[in-house]
Ligand binder design. Structure first.
Ligand SMILES: [Zn+2]
Length: 361
């Protein structure tokens, strides 16, 4: 598996080596030429500015990395699982037994950085990542605290953990159906403020691929008027072999039934296990084309300070790989950001695709 992924990555890197990413970012051409311009997303709607533990990449350095990779818009997530400050770990999987919990601290630091160290590009959107979905009664108070300190700045909520099996060894438990039903007060506020909420909700695992489907279903069923984003399409390192037809059917049914629901394609784990494989990719491409207004792009990069520009670019290239194969509408809606602009009510418009395009497929 690893071999396949790195092979594709090498091909990908070679394919991109012929253009300058910064010149792409400066491009102002009237239409977007998919034959000569990159297939990379210009929006990163799923990006953790704070690591699980240890030191982050300094804010301005990260902003510059994004700009140099061609990113023009990015969401500023904290992290939904914070290691204790005195832990020597930077990754929770290396420290089973160490509790990881959501915290307001990350959101406050992100907001301070965004306000005190402003950058022109990319345009940054702050997201509240502190909320503990199994303690819904605490969420509104946290929102008020952030609003009081940083009025009007937070426009998104997430990434929050509905169920994340990778964290089970660190004390995380799936949110229960009863707890989901108690989200109403804060979900009402999010809806009134038109704030999307992004949920990490594992669909299942290789032994039982739909084990947790009832949780995300309960969320959209209880809160059909909220903008709910099912992150990673429910996939994870624990679910690497679901039959694409089964998965696509689940996604299609939910998207058809709940018009405010979105999904994101973030995390290179999806590319490694699904999109890099031609037979599997061939199943997802028509799905992505059909539901192209319901999908957001993202890397799921976690900005711990051991990472470099190449680490970011590698994740952007891997998570953007699928965009080489989608149709012009989907490319514009997802990779060029139209869905993201619509989601946030921004007046920005993604460029049209030049109409002389021969589609790669
Ligand atoms: Zn994430």
């Amino acid at each position: 598996m690893k071999k396949i992924a790195s092979l594709h990555f090498a091909t990908l890197a070679a394919a991109f080596s012929c253009f300058s990413i910064s010149s792409y970012a400066d491009s102002n051409s009237a239409c977007y030429d998919r034959l000569t311009q990159p297939s990379l997303a210009i929006v990163d709607s799923h990006l953790h500015f704070r690591p699980f533990g240890g030191a982050p990449i300094p804010h301005k350095d990260l902003a510059l990395m994004l700009k140099n990779a061609g990113i023009r818009y990015a969401n500023v997530f904290g992290i939904g699982q914070t290691l204790p400050y005195d832990s020597s770990c930077t990754y929770y999987l290396n420290c089973p037994g160490t509790p990881v919990i959501p915290s307001l601290k990350n959101d406050i630091i992100n907001a301070q950085n965004v306000t005190e160290l402003p950058v022109q590009e990319p345009k940054l959107t702050l997201s509240m990542s502190f909320a503990d979905l199994s303690k819904p009664e605490t969420v509104k108070a946290g929102m008020s605290e952030l609003d009081q300190e940083f009025p009007g700045l937070f426009k998104w909520m997430g990434e929050l953990n509905l169920v994340k099996q990778a964290l089970f060894a660190n004390g995380h438990q799936p949110v229960t159906l009863a707890e989901i039903r108690n989200w109403k007060p804060f979900m009402d506020t999010l809806r009134e403020r038109n704030m999307p909420i992004g949920l990490h909700g594992d669909l299942g695992n290789n032994e039982n691929p739909t084990k947790y489907l009832d949780l995300i279903t309960e969320v959209v069923n209880q809160y059909p008027n909220n903008k709910v984003i099912w992150l990673h399409m429910g996939l994870s390192k624990e679910l690497t072999n679901i039959d694409p037809d089964t998965h696509i059917k689940i996604l299609s049914n939910l998207l058809d039934k709940y018009p405010n629901m979105m999904i994101d394609l973030s995390w290179r784990v999806i590319a490694d296990n699904y999109f890099f494989k031609p037979e599997i990719r061939a199943k997802y491409v028509p799905f992505i084309n059909k539901y192209s207004t319901r999908i957001l792009p993202g890397t799921d990069f976690v900005a711990s300070n051991d990472k470099t520009f190449d680490s970011y670019l590698g994740e952007l290239m891997a998570t953007s790989y699928i965009y080489r194969f989608v149709d012009n509408n989907a490319f514009r809606n997802i990779a060029l950001g139209q869905n993201y602009f619509d989601m946030l009510g921004l007046p920005d418009k993604a460029p049209n695709i030049c109409d002389n395009q021969v589609k790669v497929q």
